[in-house]
Design a protein around this ligand. Structure first.
Ligand SMILES: Cc1cc2nc3c(=O)[nH]c(=O)nc-3n(C[C@H](O)[C@H](O)[C@H](O)COP(=O)(O)OP(=O)(O)OC[C@H]3O[C@@H](n4cnc5c(N)ncnc54)[C@H](O)[C@@H]3O)c2cc1C
Length: 345
């Protein structure tokens, strides 16, 4: 087996177009490929790189690049996946931050460790999954999370964080707040509970159950359903540049919601356990007439108003301009401020 390189893999003036799912044009003054914790230590100990501002880059599927990046780009490529241990009530499984998320989910199922099937086909890498506590079809990462390892770029120390320390919220964690850009996740561990119980409460999955007549689907079947649902409604970034849902679903008070329902009785909304109401951002955008519209070379996806797309050759500035125009429309009509989900650089 060839031994790993002992020097850092560095590229200068590296194009980032292929490293962001929007396909936006931007370059990195310096990009370092991080294939191990040892590589990260070399970055921290480096006389220039150690003190430079940094941008941590996974698969680039939750980023809007509006300009060339002067910060040192750390492209995370740390591999590895393994079963850590099995207990009476769970499988504990670990993956390196550079593993492809979807391939990891598929691998766990192939090993006979179900639990991540509802999160199939979310683009990106394992290391970014805790950053916004990825979620889909009734499951969030926090529901299957055990712990993670991260390197603190300020102190150079490795730390292990449990769920409480990660402060997971809706599309949020400590890595989007005070640890943003300061801490590199290197490995993530998952707790996949035994016995496995399917999560089928989501409307589109209920429809699959009803239409297939399969009332006791296994995890692999749910995985296949989720993949099919996502392929039908979301644009494939390999064909149409996008970053998935562009805005978070806003949460309002019951009183605010009653007021909106008075004016728009059809508004799509979901009550939360704390009494507040989550509104479907896609519905709000559609109600303002944005579905299928374009501004410059950026547009709103025809089949899902929550997804902004690159219609070909768009710049990050065009995407941001479209996002602002949508925010103004929604605020003007509903008095609600939509918050972008991707990180805007
Ligand atoms: C078609 C499509 C569908 C999507 N569907 C969903 C969905 O259903 N649910 C959902 O939650 N998201 C969804 N997303 C968003 C995206 O896939 C997730 O947020 C994903 O976790 C991003 O992974 P990434 O590796 O591409 O991260 P990047 O875009 O590279 O980075 C995102 C953020 O995480 C930081 N980061 C990345 N790696 C690390 C690391 N190792 N340590 C510390 N910080 C790091 C970056 O600095 C950046 O701030 C979708 C995106 C697309 C394009």
């Amino acid at each position: 087996m060839p031994s790993p390189p002992v020097t850092l893999q560095v590229e200068h003036r590296a194009s980032l177009r292929a490293h962001n799912s929007f396909g936006l044009p931007a370059s990195a003054a310096t990009l370092v490929r991080v294939a191990s914790v040892a590589d990260l230590r070399r970055v921290v100990d480096h006389p220039q790189y150690g003190v430079a501002p940094k941008l941590i880059l996974g698969g680039g599927s939750n980023l809007v690049l509006t300009r060339d990046v002067e910060a040192l780009v750390l492209k995370i490529e740390i591999p590895g996946r393994r079963r850590v241990r099995e207990t009476d009530d769970a499988w504990i499984v670990e993956a390196g931050a550079g593993e492809n998320w979807h391939a990891f989910v598929e691998w766990t199922l192939a090993q006979g460790w179900p639990g991540l099937e509802n999160l199939a086909l979310i683009p990106g890498l394992v290391g970014a999954a805790p950053v916004q506590n990825i979620g889909a079809y009734g499951v969030e990462l926090k529901d299957r999370f055990e712990s993670l390892d991260a390197l603190d770029l300020v102190t150079g120390r490795m730390v292990t964080l449990d769920a409480a320390m990660c402060h997971f919220g809706y599309r949020d964690s400590v890595f989007k707040q005070h640890l943003a850009g300061k801490s590199v996740i290197t490995a993530v561990r998952f707790r996949l509970p035994k016995p496995w119980t399917p999560v089928l409460g989501y409307l589109e999955l209920e429809r699959c159950v009803a239409e297939s007549g399969n009332f006791t689907p296994g995890a692999r079947t749910i995985f296949d359903w989720v993949v099919a649902i996502r392929r039908a409604k979301l644009p494939d970034p390999a064909l149409i540049g996008n970053a998935g849902s562009f805005f978070k679903n806003p949460v309002v008070s019951a009183e605010q919601c009653r007021d909106i329902i008075g004016r728009d009785p059809e508004i799509v909304h979901y009550p939360l356990p704390d009494g507040r109401i989550k509104l479907a951002a896609g519905w709000l955008i559609d109600a303002c007439g944005w579905k299928g519209k374009s501004l410059g070379r950026a547009g709103v996806y025809e089949r899902q108003a929550l997804v902004l797309v690159n219609r070909g050759g768009a710049s990050g500035a065009e995407v941001v301009m479209l996002a602002r125009a949508i925010q103004e429309s929604v605020y003007g009509r509903f008095g609600i401020r939509l918050e972008p989900e991707p990180v805007i650089v």
